[in-house]
Write a protein that binds this ligand. Structure first.
Ligand code: ADP
Ligand code: MG
Length: 361
């Protein structure tokens, strides 16, 4: 049977999730002649307004999933908290999902994710699985007096996390995260947060972008500077971590891997996102092929594109009302402006970003 890959232009790519990542995926897909169908329950979503077609329905809506499977040549995700049953259902209906069910299932649960990394021999923070305040009290002596409690599922942008201030705080800390199944992590005394955006194609080839250096504010990514200043050894470690992760998951598509750099240059992995990643937005103006086109290339079975940086880029997220400055930003020749078309600015909401280019150091 002839392979359906590489998908020819004109093929339909399904994207589950309708946020800004889906919007930028749809724009990149359009550039290569593909069409996109978005599945998203929220009306008027950022991705829906640039997609060829939108299914406005719940992610597990049987009718919508059938329609996706019937009309899309491949289905991908811009959002990792899609119920695993949805991917199973899609595959039963004959759809090809990329990445598949396993990367989503691993990334959706912080305990599974940490156990997965350790099974690959990749170092993480020490941790304990938590289902009660007693579990917290029991784990603190091993993890250190100050440890970070995170819900196992559905956290993002620092939501669902709280520092535990010693044993006397166990009960209150568990209540602060809603009493949900959780992970308790030792505090990592990192000197920097780095990330690597990596891609794996259908024939198993891997391409990694240069490292980004990330700065967070109140749990939300504020800026990425890329390529980050890093030693060859640090870069090689990051690439080895990304490669082992992609291969162990038989992954197809782009993945974001968040890293902690320790004093001395050793890396711990924090988490991975089975999708394009905010810390990869710099590639839109810093590389010949950006992470969105790279993801489309990978899931469509096209060869991966070049990942070397053509410039150094500082990416700044526009949060909440900051995007209201679009007039000034549009008039700033050093700012390359990306806006997501969200109707309502809310405190801390990602409304757009700006890439500022400099010559490579
Ligand atoms: N074990 C840890 N030690 C120190 N800081 C941490 C630890 N885990 C997370 N953080 C900080 O919190 C931020 C958000 O945590 P993360 O696990 O990446 O959750 P999210 O899914 O919300 O991005 C990280 O980028 C880092 O700044
Ligand atoms: Mg994170």
């Amino acid at each position: 049977m002839p392979s359906r890959f590489p998908l020819p232009p004109g093929s339909m790519i399904g994207v589950i999730g309708g946020g800004q990542l889906g919007r930028m995926l749809a724009l990149a897909a359009g550039r290569l002649g593909f069409d996109v169908t978005v599945l998203e329950p929220e009306p008027d979503a950022p991705a829906a307004r640039v997609a060829a077609r939108t299914l406005e329905a719940a992610y597990d809506d049987a009718e919508a999933l059938r329609s996706l499977a019937d009309t899309c040549d491949v289905v991908t995700f811009e959002f990792e908290n899609v119920p695993a049953a949805v991917v199973e259902r899609l595959q039963m209906l004959g759809a090809l999902a990329a990445p598949g069910q396993r990367p989503l299932a691993v990334a959706q649960d912080r305990v599974n994710e940490k156990e997965f990394f350790q099974a690959q021999g990749i170092a993480t923070a020490d941790f304990a699985a938590i289902s009660s305040p007693a579990d917290i009290a029991a784990a603190l002596p091993r993890l250190g007096a100050r440890a970070l409690l995170k819900t196992r599922r559905e956290g993002y942008d620092g939501k669902g996390q709280t520092w535990v201030e010693g044993e006397s705080d166990a009960e209150a800390a568990f209540a602060r995260i809603g009493g949900k199944p959780a992970i308790l992590e030792a505090r990592v005394p990192f000197v920097r947060e780095l990330s690597v955006i990596a891609a794996r194609g259908r024939s198993g080839e891997i391409a990694c972008y240069p490292l980004g250096e990330n700065h967070h504010q109140a749990g939300v990514l504020r800026t990425t500077l890329a390529p980050a200043r890093a030693s060859d050894a640090t870069r090689e470690q990051a690439v080895a971590i990304a490669q082992a992760t992609l291969e162990a998951l038989d992954y197809v598509g782009v993945m974001g891997v968040e890293l902690f750099e320790l004093d001395g240059g050793a890396l711990l992995v924090n988490e991975f996102a089975p999708r394009v990643h905010n810390s990869g937005h710099w590639t839109q103006d810093g590389c010949e092929v950006d992470q969105f086109e790279q993801h489309v290339r990978a899931v469509a079975g096209w060869p991966l594109g070049r990942t070397d940086a053509l410039a150094q880029v500082e990416m700044t997220n526009l949060l909440g009302y900051e995007a209201d400055d679009w007039r000034a930003l549009a008039a700033d020749p050093s700012a390359r402006l990306w806006l997501y078309g969200k109707r309502e600015p809310r405190e801390g909401r990602k409304m757009g970003h700006v890439n500022r280019l400099r010559p490579l150091p």
